[in-house]
Design a protein around this ligand. Sequence first.
Ligand code: FAD
Length: 325
Amino acid sequence: MDKILVFVEAKGDGPRKVSLELLSEGLKLVGSGQFSMEAVFLGKLPGTVKGKILHYTEKLIHVTDPALENYTAEGYAMALAGYARETGAKMILAGATQRARDFLPRVAVLLQTGIASDVTGANWDSNPMTFIRPMYGGRVLAEVSFSAYPAIVTARPNSFGVGASLAQKGEFAEFQAGISPGQVKTSVIKREETTLGKVDLTEADLIVAGGRGLKAAENFRLIEELARTIGATVGATRAVVDAKWRDQADQVGKSGKTVSPKLYMGAGISGAIHHIMGMDTAKVVLAINNDPHAIIFNYANYGIVGDLFEVLPAMTEELRNRLGK
Ligand SMILES: Cc1cc2nc3c(=O)[nH]c(=O)nc-3n(C[C@H](O)[C@H](O)[C@H](O)COP(=O)(O)OP(=O)(O)OC[C@H]3O[C@@H](n4cnc5c(N)ncnc54)[C@H](O)[C@@H]3O)c2cc1C
């Protein structure tokens, strides 16, 4: 039976949603009878993560080592590659998060195999399995397969759904990575965490984003009010971040975050390719721009040609009324 490893990541006290999405896909494969699956967690494991993950897997492996106390790409790569070797895994699945993007290519090098990164779809039933990767800002969809194993796949959050949890909890085991002291060449001196207190952009179902058309930092309150009304996360273009109107954590695009929400609302955003590259897999795009020729309309399912200073307050008020807020 071929083994699938799913790299599980925590966010705060809980597991990342994308980890549950991939475990849910893995469970479907387990259901076919040809695969077994293990969830793999590296480093300090929050108890709540353990509790939730055990409902989505037959087995959770907690890989421990002093080198995993603080995240380093080297330490994580050695630990995951070591466990994949130990188990003879045929496939490693992970969310295309900042962390996985950082260390999984190293795992591929250590295991002398390939990696399909940032996939948005998979054909699990084909032989060999194939995976869809958006390229060139989503203008091209490449279909890729593997000729070396384990196949390493990172999937864009929100590309797959979270399925039903298992009636019975999976088992839990620990594995010592056995990384020799000195093997990891970098060390973490200090960590400062910011608590943003909102849904991570990469995992948000609803995003309201603003661009330079807002004209000033204080006008972002129009975006924030609409976002608050519908429970969305705020996004921004790089022009806005460069102008210091918003934090870099809010930036969507090539040099920012890649998002795949159910709904992406963008106001005062021109639709430069560098921005589109970060949001072109949104299921529904609604664009507001006063220029009817703005490129973003080419990518939008719904477009409102109008002044955002009129449209945004009107939408917020209408939605507040409809939602009874
Ligand atoms: C290597 C590289 C990486 C980059 N990475 C990113 C990235 O990650 N993310 C990103 O976003 N950009 C990125 N950029 C920058 C990108 O090319 C664009 O410059 C940027 O996205 C433009 O931001 P914008 O749409 O807010 O501004 P603009 O292009 O200036 O667009 C403003 C829009 O607002 C509209 N508008 C103005 N007033 C109103 C109004 N009253 N009502 C309604 N609409 C109005 C205008 O018609 C216009 O379409 C990158 C560039 C490079 C070179």
